[in-house]
Design a protein around this ligand. Structure first.
Ligand code: FAD
Ligand code: SF4
Ligand code: SF4
Ligand code: SF4
Length: 355
């Protein structure tokens, strides 16, 4: 697969993992990811604990048509009713690693997509790279999507929400660091020091610095880059089965929660709530697909139709466990359409399938 071109969809932490894998290509072997579509993300949930919470409320996941977080409420859409919970109630199933994450709008993606700021049925789309811009301009000019300008008030709201995530989580990071629980991806460390420290590290350091610290985002990057396939990710965390290869540090370099060089993750981004961008719009797919404006699915279908990529990495739903996310690498339009909608639980992204 490494000679092929893949588009990936992911949360900001998964986009950072993809960026690190490619930046540290010499150490990790690189990836075939050619286009990164990032989602906005305030938090993510554990599937097991979400299921338990809903069971206590007499809600079976198979009866849920949609989940949505709106106006500080976690909303569960059933056939004939909507059950609403306050955001504080989600703390029992929220993943604790999300408390130290300061990227709300996938600052490192080519195109970022979310709902905040746009009217119902539209997506807020932040175009960051020239490559991303070309795709969005073509989708607009060929009539696949409808466009609205993002209102100033909507942009203010997006910036406010993003700033809230940054400020709250910088505070959490400070508290963790003060209590001797390192949050090393946020530390200011020079490239030379990163190389020196990372070259001393194998999986055991990853375990100590990230996994045992509750910082693992369960992205699957470590599993993907391991040259001898000794990392396995269960529902909760990566584990190592076997002895490491001599002089290999690939998993440590790839992980989005180990040292991040300023060249990938500039520290000034903490003062740029929605990152750097070329354009920002409210867009809607004219096919009426998707969680919000269906823009993610529309972009993926376009890339496949025009043969611009060989496959797309998506998060679909497990056939036997309702709302359980599973990663897939596919070139099928039907699979892309089936994957539409937000699964509010963590899943190792399809890095492994890229092998
Ligand atoms: C965990 C999570 C938290 C989010 N939080 C916010 C938020 O706080 N504010 C906000 O504005 N938007 C948030 N979003 C984004 C929002 O829910 C929509 O995904 C986004 O607006 C795109 O809508 P769409 O109609 O264009 O996508 P669609 O066309 O419906 O496509 C959705 C795509 O998302 C991918 N996907 C679904 N679930 C996951 C997952 N768990 N992990 C990775 N990829 C997945 C699928 O591969 C699919 O291709 C969140 C998304 C996720 C996954
Ligand atoms: S760490 Fe949590 S909040 Fe941050 S991008 Fe990943 S899932 Fe979203
Ligand atoms: S061999 Fe060891 S150090 Fe290298 S990627 Fe695999 S687990 Fe990590
Ligand atoms: S330990 Fe592995 S799965 Fe966890 S965040 Fe790091 S790379 Fe991702």
């Amino acid at each position: 697969m490494v000679n092929k071109k893949i588009a990936m969809v992911g949360t900001p932490c998964q986009i950072l993992a993809a960026s690190k894998i490619d930046y540290y290509e010499k150490e990790t072997g690189g990836s075939p990811i050619d286009l990164k579509i990032g989602l906005f993300c305030m938090e993510n949930f554990s599937y097991t604990y979400l299921k338990m919470f809903l069971k206590e409320k007499n809600i079976d996941l198979k009866d849920v048509n949609e989940f949505r977080i709106e106006n500080n409420k976690f909303k569960v859409f059933l056939n004939n009713s909507i059950q609403e919970f306050s955001i504080s109630q989600t703390n029992s199933f929220k993943r604790k690693n999300c408390d130290i994450c300061t990227d709300y709008t996938s600052n490192l993606a080519d195109i970022s997509v979310g709902s905040v700021g746009s009217p119902k049925g539209y997506s807020t789309v932040i175009v960051r790279s020239k490559k991303g811009n070309k795709i969005i301009q073509e989708l607009i000019s060929n009539g696949n999507v409808s466009k609205k300008d993002l209102k100033e008030k909507a942009l203010d709201l997006l910036i406010r929400i993003s700033n809230k995530k940054i400020n709250n989580n910088l505070e959490n990071i400070k508290n963790r660091e003060n209590n001797s629980h390192p949050v090393i991806y946020k530390r200011k460390v020079s490239d030379d020091e990163i190389a020196q420290l990372s070259n001393e590290c194998q999986f055991d350091c990853l375990n100590g610095d990230v996994i045992k610290e509750g910082a693992c985002v369960l992205c699957g990057a470590c599993e993907f880059v391991c040259p001898i396939d000794i990392i396995q990710i269960n529902e909760r965390k990566p584990v190592k089965k076997g002895d490491c290869k001599e002089d290999c540090h690939a998993c440590y370099y790839a992980c989005p929660r180990t040292f991040a060089t300023d060249k990938i993750l500039p520290k000034y981004l903490d003062n740029e709530p929605i990152g750097e961008y070329l354009e920002i719009y409210s867009l809607k797919s004219n096919k009426n697909i998707g969680q919000d404006g269906g823009i993610v699915s529309e972009i993926l279908l376009y890339l496949l139709d025009k043969d611009l990529v060989d496959g797309v990495s998506i998060v679909s739903e497990d056939d036997t466990n309702p709302w359980k996310p599973i990663s897939k690498l596919t070139s099928s339009r039907d699979e892309v359409l089936k994957a539409k909608g937000t699964k509010y639980s963590t899943v190792p992204i399809g890095f492994k399938a890229l092998k």
